[in-house]
Design a protein around this ligand. Structure first.
Ligand code: UD1
Ligand code: UDP
Length: 372
């Protein structure tokens, strides 16, 4: 049985790593890895291959950045010949990025089985490019692997039949649990002390932001910065900056505002071990990332999500996540409650136990292996 696995953007690497490892146990599975090249900076891509032990991609489509239509179309054009040449039994896509839907669409149009890992998540917000990618990918997938119960409920409500849906837990959390020990050895705290004089032992916050609705809109971005200005008076804020965000603030009034905050410390995007060390020791994480809401839930670190909604409701239902929106006062109110110690404890969602990839590959081997 031949399976082509797709990665393209940063959050895909943590999700594919345990799957590539799980295939190793099956002599009858040939797993190829295709990188679309959606993310290409060393610190957004290659670094994760090295750190997470992901095999080098068999094929890199080297698509790079472009508008949604151009990027999606170029990935499709480049991926179709790969499918025609390799004739896989299935194509496996993860998450909700443009590479996910582009490769998924190519596969189903060629009559190749499509497997979606992290299926069924819904924010209900169709202005979010990822929500469109999720809806479309799930509507054409043959096997849908879910991380949380809301995913199963959403798929059923959309008419997906039960025999296609599998609740397996979360491959991204497999990666987190596997690498916690290695992350402890990261020297990022010492580096921050050397570079900025930060005493990480005295408490700090971690910030990430890259959602277009936040960082492409100067008004929203400005409101968030107003809240950060207050928080940085209490503790240093460590901010590994996503390239989209870096591009948007360079040479703008927002950039000046950021520069003026003495305790907001901008870094290049950091590697997985450094990031995990930072988040697992933080007093607080502020983010608009999807995956970081889930990682902080497992780490039991308070997370304030700078969005109006989440497609990962388990993280706020039982985890350490709070959806606080982007209004300055709302962010500060949530921050005050946290300071008062009224932030609730986190529970770890069912099946987020480090074994999701093994469950997925076992099910795939049974179901697709029979037909291959
Ligand atoms: C993409 C995903 C988003 C995901 C995020 C993870 C889509 C629609 N969006 O958003 O769901 O949460 O990745 O990080 O698929 N750039 C670089 N170097 C790189 C990559 C990007 O400089 O290696 C810059 C380019 O200017 C590019 C911009 O970042 O135009 C945005 O990149 P893109 O992949 O289009 O979207 P992201 O915002 O990264
Ligand atoms: N991450 C990282 N370095 C950083 C920022 C994030 O290693 O500087 C990791 C983080 O731990 C998580 C993943 O990147 O595993 C989340 O990716 P991102 O926020 O880019 O995408 P999203 O989850 O929002 O799609």
């Amino acid at each position: 049985m031949k399976i082509i696995n797709i990665v393209g953007a940063r959050p895909n690497f943590m999700k594919i790593a345990p799957l590539m490892a799980a295939y190793e146990k099956y002599d009858n599975i040939e797993a190829l890895l295709v990188h679309t090249g959606q993310h290409y900076d060393e610190k957004m891509s290659d670094l994760f291959f090295r750190q997470l032990g992901i095999p080098a991609p068999d094929i890199n489509l080297e698509i790079g950045s472009a508008s949604h239509a151009v990027q999606t179309a170029e990935i499709m054009k480049a991926f179709e010949p790969v499918c025609l040449a390799h004739k896989p039994d299935a194509v496996l896509v993860v998450g909700d990025v443009n590479s996910t839907i582009a490769c998924g669409l190519v596969a189903v149009k060629l009559g190749i089985k499509l497997i979606h890992v992290e299926a069924g998540l819904r924010s209900g917000d169709r202005a979010m490019p990822e929500e469109i990618n999720r809806l479309l990918t799930d509507s054409i997938a043959d096997m849908l692997f879910c991380t949380e119960a809301s995913g199963v409920d959403n798929l059923r409500a959309e008419g997906v039949s039960d025999d296609k849906i599998f609740m397996v837990g979360h491959v991204m959390i497999d990666t987190l649990l596997k690498n916690l020990q290695k992350a402890k050895e990261s020297d990022i705290h010492q580096q921050l002390n050397k570079a900025f004089g930060i005493d990480c032992g005295a408490g700090y916050a971690v910030l990430t932001m890259h959602r277009p609705s936040n960082v492409d809109d100067p008004v929203v971005f400005g409101r968030i910065l107003d809240a950060l200005e207050v928080i940085q008076n209490d503790m240093p804020i460590i901010f590994p900056v996503h390239p989209r965000t870096r591009k948007n603030i360079a040479g703008t009034a927002l950039g000046d505002k950021v520069e003026a905050m003495a305790n907001l410390h901008l870094l290049e995007p950091v590697g997985y071990f450094d990031f995990l060390k930072l988040t697992s020791n933080a007093k607080l994480v502020l983010t608009d990332s999807g995956g970081i809401q889930e990682e902080t839930t497992v780490l039991k670190i308070p997370c304030l999500t700078l969005r109006e909604n989440t497609e990962r409701p388990i993280t706020s239902d039982i985890g350490s996540n709070q959806i606080v929106g982007t209004e300055t006062q709302d962010i500060l109110d949530a921050y005050s409650r946290l300071k008062d110690g009224t932030f609730r404890q986190s529970q770890i969602p069912p099946l987020w136990d480090g074994n999701a990839a093994e469950r997925i590959v076992e099910i795939m081997a049974e179901q697709i292996g029979e037909r291959a």
